[in-house]
Design a protein around this ligand. Structure first.
Ligand code: HPA
Length: 265
């Protein structure tokens, strides 16, 4: 219900019907240029997250990139803020109601691989949900049994690889492991993550991927690496580091996304 009301409000303020939505992670808010931009604060939209984390603005912006109408979400709800994994549900339902066909998720993440340093951009090809949380807990009906075998859209991943190649931009690939946060991981947890098959670790994105697949949105996701994970350098981790380092990879990710949109067709 909220989603339809939100969609009507958005349609009244912007003439753009977004074909895809992009969720910008911590410190990545300034990265994308949007033409003919209209901004709507989350506070005007029922059920949208309350902006809580510094580095997250809390605005839905509509406009075009390379002529393609898009919705840009700066700010997301995190599981660690509320203990609920479905904090982005109404926001994603609203984007679906507006007509979006795909969701581009971005985040800041720690790297588990020494050969993927801060500043790298990683295409997420799969994930591991290390929390016991799921945004569909309590959902009824058979649709809740969402298939996750092809959660990360193979065709969109292919387009991202082509876009990176055409820009001569290094694009790492790997598995993202979702930790609940807000405390960072321990070195032992990072060693375990590596053994279990993770390439990057972070505190977001996975619930949104599950919700998006539940809603029938195609998904593509990227991590901007802001640090080597706990225990890999001896330095303590901090949110300030995440926020301050994100723009470096974020600028490269923005170029990649722009090229992806130029070829959207
Ligand atoms: N761990 C979890 N989340 C993160 C990290 C990290 O090392 N870096 C940025 N977000």
């Amino acid at each position: 219900m909220s989603a339809l009301i939100n969609a009507a409000l958005v349609e009244a303020r912007s003439r753009h019907v977004p074909r895809l939505a992009i969720v910008l992670g911590s410190g990545l808010g300034g990265a994308m240029d949007l033409n003919d931009r209209v901004e709507i604060p989350y506070g005007d939209l029922a059920g949208f997250p309350e902006p809580g984390v510094s580095g997250h603005a809390g605005t839905l912006a509509l406009g075009t990139v390379a002529g393609v109408p898009v919705a840009l979400l700066s700010g997301r709800s995190h599981y660690y803020e509320t203990g609920r994994a479905d904090g982005m549900r109404v926001a994603l339902e609203t984007l679906k109601a507006l007509g979006a066909e795909a969701l581009v998720l971005t985040n800041a993440a720690g790297s588990v691989r020494a050969d993927m340093p801060s500043g790298s951009v990683m295409l997420i090809t799969d994930h591991i949900n290390l929390t016991a949380a799921n945004p569909l807990l309590g959902e009824t009906g058979d649709d809740r049994f969402v298939g996750m075998t092809r959660a990360y859209d193979a065709e969109l991943c292919g387009r991202a690889r082509n876009a990176a190649e055409s820009l001569d931009l290094a694009l790492a690939e790997g598995v993202y492991m979702w930790f609940s946060g807000p405390a960072f991981e321990t070195p032992a947890e990072i060693r375990a993550a590596r053994v279990l098959g993770a390439d990057a670790v972070g505190m977001s994105t996975v619930p949104e991927v599950i919700l998006a697949r539940f809603l029938g949105l195609r998904v593509i996701a990227f991590s901007v690496i802001t640090n080597l994970a706990a225990g890999m350098t001896g330095a303590e981790l901090s949110h300030e580091e995440t926020r301050d380092r994100a723009p470096e990879g974020g600028e490269r990710l923005a170029r990649l996304l722009t090229r992806l949109l130029e070829d959207w067709g």
